[in-house]
Structures are given as C-alpha cells and as structure tokens.
Design a binder for this molecule. Structure first.
Ligand code: IPE
Ligand code: IPE
Ligand code: MG
Length: 246
C-alpha cells in the first residue's frame, strides 16, 4: 500500500462487514456463498492491516440480532466461523496475531466456543496485532452487562458509586483495556451502527462505502485509510488548537 503516512494510521480499526447476502443474491447464489467470499475479504484485510502495523483490528462478525435470521443461515455461519478459525490459526501464529472475542459467548454453540478457546489459548502469547471478533455481540447488551457487573462490585463494597468515572465504567465493558476505535468502516451502503460498540464509538471517524464486503478490495481499503488520514480529529477543540498541537 502506497501513499499512506505510517505515522497517521488508526491505532484501532473497527469494521462492520456488511453486504455478503446481497452480494450473493445479486449473483443468484445462496447467501452462504456470500459469507464464504466474505471470509476471503477478512483474510485480505487482516493481511493488509498486519503489514501496515495496525495494532488493534475489530471485526463485527455476528450480532446479537443476527440470531433472528433463518436457522439454516445461522448454522451455516457458525460452521463457517469454526472452519475459518481452525484454518487460519497457523497463519495468526506466523504473524504474531492474538485472537480476542467480545460478545455474549454463552449464546454460541459449544463446538464454536471450544474452537474459539483453543485459538485464543494458542495465540495468547502473541504480541503483534490484537484481532478482536465481535460474536453474538450487541452494544446495548454489553453496556447492560457492564452495569450489572459494576453494580455487583458496588454491592460487594469493591467500588464506591462516587468512583464511577468514564474510565472505570469503560473497564467493565468487554473491550476493557482496548483503546477506542479511531476509525470505523462499514460496507454495503448502510449508514447505521447496528448496535456495534455504542460506547466505544463516541469519537470514532466513520466511513461508509457502497461496496459489498466480498467486493471490498485492497485498493478500497487503502482509499478508506487515506480518507481517515485526511481528517482532522478535533475532540471538541477548535481547528487552531489542533494545528498548534495543544
Ligand atoms: C454481513 O452480511 C454478515 C453478517 C451479518 C453475518 P449480511 O449477511 O448482513 O449481508 P446483507 O446485508 O444481507 O447483504
Ligand atoms: C451488522 O450487519 C452485523 C454484522 C456485520 C455482523 P447486519 O446486516 O446484521 O445489520 P442490519 O440489521 O442490517 O442493520
Ligand atoms: Mg447486512
């Protein structure tokens, strides 16, 4: 990838990988074929992000709401996920990539959880990129679970209500310890967040493209990152303050 300033890459890149089903349906193929092709785009993005030295990559792979899809599609997605993780763990080892999962793990089938546990265990010593998969993930669910854990700690006297700052609350989320995403890409033309990382996206730069996920190419990825690099992140300050770097 050319034309990118290595100093100005997102520390944490998050992606809503959308449009697999439409990609397939436009080609008279079954939706699952779109998901299979989408897995190839995942490989491309992981490879490129790794080459660029992006430290945190978070992929929305299956939402809490996706459980309402037809049972056959849900099953096929779970099978594909298992196959993907098994197939790619060796590559993650070679690239020094560590797996992480956020979301409601207890809703996932046992065999999927076993595969995830094994991949997380195997890659746990890796220190390169942290690859987080959001699985059975919903932002509101994550927030209410965090509130519940925090309430327990308050009741147990481990934490006082006066100590609950945004940092303290953030540490109770599934993403506790991760920096907030700097950049979010969503494919397939939908301009919504769909219950992804509601708290964490507070100051994230958003990028939407019409391209369906299976068609998302290296060039498009580069274009998105170049777009990010051209933005001025002000965090409430004025443009003058930012250019003077204070
Ligand atoms: C994204 O593609 C993958 C998942 C949500 C699992 P979709 O399956 O949502 O594709 P569209 O939006 O129906 O085209
Ligand atoms: C969001 O995509 C979830 C994932 C990409 C895994 P959806 O396709 O499920 O989103 P909505 O329901 O159309 O907003
Ligand atoms: Mg979709």
């Amino acid at each position: 990838m050319m034309n990118l300033d290595p100093e100005k890459l997102p520390l944490h890149l998050a992606i809503i990988m959308d449009g697999n089903g439409r990609w397939a349906q436009q080609r008279m193929l079954k939706r699952i074929v779109g998901h299979q092709r989408g897995a190839e785009t995942v490989n491309m993005v992981v490879e490129q992000a790794w080459r660029l030295g992006i430290k945190y990559l978070t992929l929305f792979a299956f939402s809490s709401e996706n459980w309402s899809r037809p049972a056959m599609e849900v099953r096929a997605l779970m099978t594909l996920l298992k196959k993907y993780i098994r197939q790619e763990t060796a590559r993650m080892m070679r690239k020094n990539i560590r797996y992480n999962v956020i979301g409601n793990r207890s809703d996932l089938p046992d065999d999927v959880n076993a595969t995830l546990d094994e991949a997380i265990r195997q890659t746990s010593g890796n220190t390169g990129m942290l690859l987080t998969l959001a699985l059975s993930y919903g932002g509101r669910q994550e927030l209410s679970m965090a509130a519940s854990r925090l309430a327990r700690d308050v009741v147990a006297g481990k934490c006082s209500p006066d100590e609950i700052t945004t940092d303290v609350f953030g540490s109770y989320l599934d993403t506790g310890g991760l920096p907030d995403p700097d950049f979010l890409i969503r494919t397939s033309g939908e301009m919504r967040i769909s219950n992804f990382l509601l708290w964490q996206l507070a100051y994230t730069e958003l990028y939407f493209t019409e391209t369906n996920w299976p068609d998302f190419t290296i060039n498009e990825f580069q274009k998105a990152l170049a777009d990010f690099q051209a933005r001025e992140r002000r965090f409430g300050k004025t443009s003058d303050q930012i250019s003077k770097r204070n």
